[in-house]
Design a protein around this ligand. Structure first.
Ligand code: ATP
Length: 546
């Protein structure tokens, strides 16, 4: 991964945000090559989802429309969606070293990644119900001082061990278990504080858990108070849900249909890490596909499989991509009884041999539409009226009441929700191909449709009319594609630069071009060269990069 990050920095794919000030954790900028790569990914998604004809499981072309909603929305949106109440991790802080710990991970962290806890475990045997005072004292005054300077046992071993001895002697039949022992050695003033729990890093007493809100807050307007508080959206989906009724009223869509949106989302992630994988500002590409509840299984399967196939089609075709169906106990509350949830996952170098989520596909039932209908006070009035279903029920001779009842409902939703930054990162990781036989030592094997630069045009030498012909070709090609012109340095160095940028084709103008009207094409992956007619270059590219 370090090599990929270094190449991204060196060649201008991705930079740290505000790098000249030392960077800001969890924020990334896309350089010239990265911006084009990410745009190609987003454009392919938009073209394939919204513009191209996609045939659904019912054999009919899918109805899909686009939307572009605001980042800041009415705060009630986040109340209704459950984000205000639930979109938080319970966090504990160590006032001594400033370390934050997710409350539900404390015991795991102590067991697996706390140097002092590990060392302490070797100094005494907790199961006997006896405390090995001399060993603990020795540890507290020796290794403990270095590893856990803020642990009560280290700061004040006599008092701490006295509390522990009182506990053990007071209930000889019920010796403390490992967790209780740990709490005792983390406690200096039992009566004042009660039993405390230690920081995995320095042993200091952790604060009580408090929700760490993942939504960024701001204020709209001049006054800054509770009433003016607004949030940066943590997902683009809610912009789609609250516009569902506007879209139905103003376009000719009928259930089943989808709304697609791309846009920024913000999450104040506790520990942003793994390059752009977990950022605090990122971009999503989301579809909410609205269906009749009885068709959830077929539409869920359709979207799951077609989204998986889509990622394969843009170059993630190998064993690094997998589709993983969620186990029942992993499912979000709204998806428990639904058709299913699955993740499309990529094996990133930092997750290997495991995988990390690129896109989630979930049957969200009618949770969101119902929540917004209820929260805005309109309730059942916002049920969708299914005219086709009404006609069908009439033809089946159903009673008026039954027809009224059944033809109004809250549609269910299948949500394929993908990350543009994680997608771009997966494309970069998949493309990165070390090759010691090349001058660059590495090349980026992007799918031609994703490659930021589609082709380069070189004059072999800077004389004999070659630059003029090359420039003319370059000008013609760049009307349609991102193409580069390079006349500097040796041809080998120029190929090397293009290999690192992942440019699939290089056209060289040489003596034969002037004499015979042909150019050489050099293929990035095989390094093979062939000659084609100068006037067929445009067609050559059109056949390969779109
Ligand atoms: P994770 O479990 O990895 O935090 P999530 O399940 O919370 O992800 P969703 O809420 O389903 O993610 O968001 C949909 C998509 O948005 C994800 O599949 C991912 O591609 C992207 N995404 C979510 N959080 C981040 C982030 N912090 N940085 C970059 N992309 C993200």
């Amino acid at each position: 991964m370090d090599d990929i990050v270094a190449l991204c920095r060196r060649r201008g794919f991705i930079f740290q945000s505000s790098e000249i000030y030392g960077g800001i954790n969890g924020f990334w900028d896309y350089g010239p090559l990265g911006a084009d790569l990410k745009r190609n990914l987003k454009n392919a998604w938009w073209t394939d989802i919204v513009q191209e004809e996609l045939i659904g499981p019912d054999g009919k072309p899918i109805d899909m429309v686009g939307l572009d909603t605001t980042i800041i929305m009415h705060p009630k949106v986040w109340e209704a969606s459950g984000h205000l109440a639930g979109f938080a991790d319970p966090m504990r802080k160590c006032p001594k070293c400033g370390h934050f710990v997710r409350a539900d991970q404390l015991w795991d962290l102590l067991a697996t990644s706390s140097a002092w806890f590990d060392s302490l475990l070797q100094a005494f045997t907790p199961v006997t119900g006896q405390i090995d005072t001399p060993h603990l004292m020795a540890w507290a005054k020796g290794k403990g001082k270095k590893l856990a300077p803020n642990l009560a046992l280290v700061r004040n071993p006599e008092v701490t061990l006295a509390w522990l001895a009182t506990r053990i002697n007071g209930q000889p039949d019920a010796p403390p278990d490992m967790k209780e022992l740990t709490r005792y050695i983390a406690t200096e003033q039992l009566h004042a504080t009660g039993l405390q729990e230690p920081c995995p890093r320095c042993g200091g007493p952790l604060t009580d858990p408090a929700p760490f809100k993942l939504m960024f807050e701001s204020h709209a307007g001049i006054e800054q108070n509770e009433d003016s508080k607004v949030y940066l959206r943590p997902e683009t989906a809610q912009g789609i849900f609250v516009n569902f009724w506007n879209v139905v009223d103003t376009s000719r869509v009928k259930v089943p249909f989808g709304i697609a949106q791309q846009g920024k989302a913000f999450r104040n992630e506790v520990t942003p890490r793994n390059f752009t994988f977990r950022s605090r500002e990122f971009e999503q590409m989301e579809i909410e596909f609205f269906i009749h509840p009885s068709t959830a299984n077929e539409w869920y399967t359709f979207w799951r499989d077609s989204r998986y196939a889509w990622w394969q089609s843009i170059g993630l075709a190998g064993a690094n991509l997998q589709l993983r169906e969620h186990e029942k106990d992993e499912l979000a509350h709204y998806a428990k009884t639904g058709a299913g949830t699955s993740d499309i996952e990529y094996r990133f170098p930092f997750t290997a041999p495991g995988f990390g989520e690129l896109e989630g596909v979930a049957h969200r039932a009618d949770f969101d539409l119902k929540a917004h209908a209820t929260a805005c006070g309109k309730g059942d009035k916002l049920k969708y009226f299914d005219q086709d279903l009404q006609v069908r029920l009439q033809n089946e001779g159903k009673s008026k009441d039954e027809i009224n009842e059944r033809s109004r409902y809250f549609p269910h939703v299948i949500e394929p929700s993908a990350g543009a930054d994680r997608g771009t990162l997966a494309l970069l990781c998949e493309a990165y191909t070390p090759d010691p036989s090349r001058a660059s030592g590495v090349y980026m094997k992007f799918h031609p449709r994703m490659a930021p630069i589609k082709a380069a045009v070189f004059p072999l030498v800077n004389k004999d009319g070659m630059p003029e012909v090359a420039e003319k070709l370059y000008r013609e090609l760049r009307k349609k594609w991102n193409v580069q012109f390079d006349e500097k340095q040796s041809i080998g160095k120029r190929y090397a630069r293009m290999d690192e940028a992942g440019t699939p084709y290089c056209f060289t103008i040489d003596g034969d071009t002037l004499a015979g009207g042909t150019v050489t094409v050099r293929h990035r992956d095989t390094q093979q060269q062939e000659r084609i007619a100068l006037d067929s270059v445009s067609q050559f590219l059109r056949d390969r990069v779109q």
